[in-house]
Design a protein around this ligand. Structure first.
Ligand code: MG
Length: 381
């Protein structure tokens, strides 16, 4: 069933702490199950990417985003005979380390941690599954397989990789030091993550009223599939919402089909003998050249029209301020954190504050801000 270059759970590099098998599940299915039952996974429902949680109930959250990434990932993995269970585990865990309020929160936390080792959200996702979850009698974290952890640590700066390598020689950070690639399953999640958010941000952007259908005329991929939808179903001209949904659905499938075809070509061309050979080759999971261009155009459009929209910028600026205020309030008065974190601060300092703030949902962070300052977190409309 699996291609020779797919990750095979029977040949996994294993867990940091050995555990007996759990049949009939494979080790990657077991990782997925541990992720789904984690506290950090449940919190994803109240964490956002572009729109802050209180702005509406219709928008994607980190949880729905992660489910969309898992769905797209599994479709491609099945077509290429890659390991679907590993793909699903990585997809469901890939955003666990995200702070409240999306990238704004993460940038603010990185600034706050400037003198204390910085803050990287991919590394934070790994910290969640390696250390911060406390659910098992014998170990901290979820004790996941190396292949799952490697997929979660999508990016990592060289100094951080060097420190990880000291703690775990030949482990999860080795590839950042030796310029190697991760598994095909991990490469796949990186790419479909992008596919998922580019398309759903168009959807949420239009729903929110921040993007107009007129602006989308500048996006080739959208125009092509909108026109195809209208050609097949002329009555959609009278239902803008259905027309948008159909155009976006077609954009998603076109990208999925393109990834399958382009990746199959690179696999045929390089012919990796097994999963290990993949690591020494260039990245193999890819778009074809035309789709790569169209996807870049879509990304640029979203960047200027949505992510830099004055209303989004105002909210993200506010979110950044909130995170800064929370961080310094806890760092100055650790007793404002729960007793466990307050005690840990004595031993481990500011990293405890970063972990505590990073773990917050949008609404909990907003409530904490209100409790600590007596001021409203966001202007009510
Ligand atoms: Mg993501």
């Amino acid at each position: 069933m699996l291609a020779r270059y797919a990750c095979d759970p029977a040949r996994s590099q294993g867990r940091r702490i050995g555990e007996p098998a759990s049949p009939p599940r494979t080790e990657y299915e077991r990782d997925r199950d541990r992720i789904v039952h984690s506290t950090a996974f449940r919190r994803l429902v109240y964490k956002t990417q572009v729109f802050v949680n209180h702005e509406g109930d219709l928008f994607r959250t980190r949880l729905t985003h992660s489910l969309e990434v898992a769905q797209l990932g599994r479709s491609v993995a099945r077509a290429l005979s890659l390991n679907e269970d590993l793909v699903e585990a990585i997809a469901l865990a890939h955003d666990l380390g995200h702070t409240p309020f999306g990238h704004a929160g993460q940038d603010a936390l990185h600034d706050c941690m400037g003198k204390h080792g910085g803050f990287e959200h991919n590394l934070q996702s790994l910290r969640v599954v390696d250390e911060l979850e406390q659910r098992y009698p014998r170990f901290d974290g979820l004790n996941l397989c190396l292949e799952t952890r490697e997929g979660i640590l999508k990016r990592c700066s060289v100094p951080v990789a060097a420190a990880l390598e000291v703690a775990e020689p030949g482990g999860v950070a080795r590839r950042f030091l030796g310029q190697q690639q991760p598994s095909l399953e991990a490469q796949l999640i990186n790419l479909v993550d992008e596919v998922a958010y580019n398309v759903h941000d168009v959807d949420d952007g239009v729903r929110s009223g921040l993007l107009s259908l007129g602006q989308l005329e500048a996006v080739g991929l959208y125009v092509h599939h909108r026109d195809a939808a209208l050609a097949d179903h002329p009555q959609l001209a009278d239902s803008p919402r259905r027309l948008l949904a159909d155009a976006l659905r077609r954009m998603l499938s076109a990208q999925v089909h393109d990834i399958i075809a382009a990746t199959q070509r690179t696999l045929d061309q390089h012919g990796p003998a097994d999963a290990d050979a993949v690591r020494r080759l260039p990245p193999l999971v890819c778009f074809g050249p035309t789709m790569r261009e169209q996807s870049t155009q879509l990304k640029r459009f979203l960047h200027s029209a949505l992510y830099r929209h004055p209303q989004v910028m105002a909210t993200t600026q506010r979110a950044r301020d909130l995170v800064r205020v929370l961080f310094s309030a806890y760092a100055q008065a650790p007793v404002q954190m729960p007793p466990e974190q307050a005690a840990a601060f004595e031993l481990r300092g500011h990293r405890v504050v970063a972990d505590y703030v990073a773990g917050m949902t949008d609404r909990f962070a907003a409530r904490e801000y209100e409790r600590l300052t007596g001021q409203p977190a966001f202007a009510r409309d």
